[in-house]
Structures are given as C-alpha cells and as structure tokens.
Design a protein around this ligand. Structure first.
Ligand SMILES: Nc1ncnc2c1ncn2[C@@H]1O[C@H](COP(=O)(O)OP(=O)(O)OP(=O)(O)O)[C@@H](O)[C@H]1O
Ligand SMILES: [Mg+2]
Length: 310
C-alpha cells in the first residue's frame, strides 16, 4: 500500500515543554485513521505539524514525497481546525467561494462545489447569513466544507463533531463517510466520542503525552486485545456468581451483568448453560465482550487493566 504521509521521530517543544515526543507513523492512501488521546495528548499539535502550520523542533515528515509544510504538500491537504473562527464579515456563500478560490479553484468551480457541499451538510437555509454569526455547530460544518472544498487527497479533521447535537453528529459522520469513501481520501480524524469514531475509522492511533501508545488497524485490535471476557446475566446472578467462583473462574458483577475471565470460553459457556438449565433459571444474556475503543482507551491511556474489573 502507498504511504501518503510518513513522519519520523517528530518532536515539538513549546519552551521547555515537550508536546510531541518522538512521534513516528505513516498513513496509507485511502484509509481513515482515528487519532485519540486525552486532553493535552498532542492531537491538535500533530495536525498542525502535518499541515505545516507549526514546525517540528526535531524530526522529519513527507506528504506524497514532499516535505511537511511545503506548498506542494499543503495543496493536497484539507484541514478543519478544532475551533474554527471566522473573522470576516462575509456570508456563508461568499466565504466558501473565497476559500475555494484560495485553494486553487476557479470562481465557477468554487460556486459549484460550495453548493454541492452546502447541500450535503444541510446548510442551504443559511447560505446568505454571516458566518461569524453562526452557531458553534454551524461554524464546525463550514470548517468542514472549507477543508473539503478543493477535493484534497488528505483530510485532517480535528474533532469534527465537537459541539454538535447528537443528530447533527450522526449526520456529519454519515456525510463524511460517504464523501471520503467516494473520493478515496486519506483521512486523519480526532474525536473524543469513541463510539462514533469506531463507525468510521480503519485504523487507530492512540497517543498520550505526545507519544504513541497504539498504532493498529481496527480489524486487528479485536485479536490482539481480546481478553477472554464473557458476559452473562440470568434470573439469579448471585447464585451464578457463587457457582462460577466455585468452578475457579474470576468474575465480578457489574450493572446486572457478570463479567467472567475464561481462558476456555467454550467450556465456560457450557457450564453456564448447564447451570441455568439445572436450576430452571432464565438466561438473559451470554456473550463475548467486544473490545471497544472505549475499553482499549481505558486500558492503555487511563491504565485501568481489565483485571481490576474482574
Ligand atoms: N502554542 C502552544 N504553546 C504552548 N503550549 C502549547 C501550544 N499548543 C499546544 N500546547 C500544549 O501542548 C500540549 C498538547 O496540546 P494539544 O492541543 O495538541 O492537545 P490535544 O490532544 O489536541 O488536546 P484536546 O483533546 O484538549 O484538544 C498541551 O499540553 C498544550 O497545552
Ligand atoms: Mg485538540
């Protein structure tokens, strides 16, 4: 696979403070990457470095063979900042057409593209309103349109759904997914809403304190981090707990569900089913616990090992 972005040992200091510490990763063409990490982890700084808005203290990076921050690199990238701010007095249409022409489109192309994207992001009713009077969520949408207006090959989206209501968030995620898949864009997207990110990304990059703690395709995450946890719930969870503990399983009761650590999941499931049958209990739930981004994040960033829950 083509690597469209490659960064190697990037380091960014602000004074004495190291915000990005020896960061290396590569992005393959056409894939959607999620960058996650706690507040202050360095997600926005990473995006600014990739966009060439700030320069690394050390390290190098290439975008499709061009150095980070070069004009050639910038031309094939689109960026939607975490906090879009519009100082201009232009209305939405004027602003986006202007941004389109700045990105190299002709006036007519910019108009067509603006109209197309305005429709996708459901802002048609606001085309002639002043952008600086828009609500935070509407500004976010304008930021996204401005990032995509010139059909960039690479899209950097810093918390694209922050400050949006749940319906708008889902709409944005669906629209983004549709547009980036259609155009086969390479996307790096940061978000704190991990369930939402999970729906769109192919690959996860997790950072903490400026360092990478995980860089893996989402499809491999299940295999690598599956901690052999089963979840069960029946009509008498306390008796089930006692039974499983006697059988030698480590388990804990969590919100009406028993979590069981079982190296041999099949054998454990069989004993559960037999126990339920013998005691005429009702089995409400019996499933393998999926590895979600949320619990991976807890394990890797918050240092909460699975074992502590068992
Ligand atoms: N221009 C700057 N000057 C000084 N420190 C900065 C600057 N920009 C970022 N930092 C610091 O670098 C660290 C990383 O910040 P960054 O904004 O990249 O975090 P983030 O992962 O995007 O966090 P959030 O989830 O809150 O958006 C923080 O400690 C921040 O205070
Ligand atoms: Mg940020």
């Amino acid at each position: 696979m083509d690597k469209i972005i490659e960064i190697s040992h990037l380091n960014k200091k602000f004074g004495d403070f190291t915000a990005i510490d020896d960061l290396s990763f590569s992005l393959e063409s056409g894939k959607i990457y999620g960058i996650i990490g706690p507040n202050g982890a360095g997600k926005s700084t990473t995006m600014s470095l990739l966009m060439g808005l700030i320069y690394p203290t050390m390290g190098t990076g290439m975008v499709k063979g061009f150095p980070l921050g070069s004009q050639e690199a910038k031309q094939i990238m689109g960026y939607s900042p975490e906090f879009p701010s519009f100082y201009s007095d232009m209305n939405c249409l004027e602003y986006l057409v202007y941004m389109g022409t700045l990105s190299g489109l002709t006036y007519d192309e910019a108009i067509d593209r603006t109209k197309e994207l305005i429709k996708e992001f459901d802002l048609e009713a606001h085309l002639f309103k002043k952008v600086n009077k828009f609500s935070t969520g509407m500004k976010k949408k304008v930021g996204l349109i401005q990032a995509m207006i010139h059909d960039p090959e690479i899209l950097l989206l810093d918390e694209p759904t922050a400050n949006l209501d749940p319906t708008s968030r889902m709409e944005i995620i669906d629209t983004l997914k549709k547009l980036v898949t259609q155009k086969k864009m390479t996307v790096l997207i940061s978000s704190h809403v991990l369930t939402e990110l999970e729906m769109i990304i192919d690959h996860v990059i997790m950072i903490n304190k400026g360092r990478i703690v995980l860089d893996q395709p989402l499809s491999e995450v299940q295999e690598v981090f599956n901690k052999e946890i089963l979840q069960v719930s029946c009509s008498d969870n306390q008796q089930m707990m006692d039974y499983l503990t006697k059988q030698g399983y480590e388990c804990s009761l969590l919100k009406e569900k028993i979590r069981i650590k079982a190296a041999d999941k099949q054998a454990c499931k069989q004993s559960i089913v037999e126990f339920v049958y013998q005691n005429h209990f009702t089995l409400n739930l019996l499933q393998e616990e999926a590895v979600t981004l949320e619990n991976l994040y807890k394990q890797l960033v918050e240092g909460e090992q699975d074992e502590t829950h068992i």
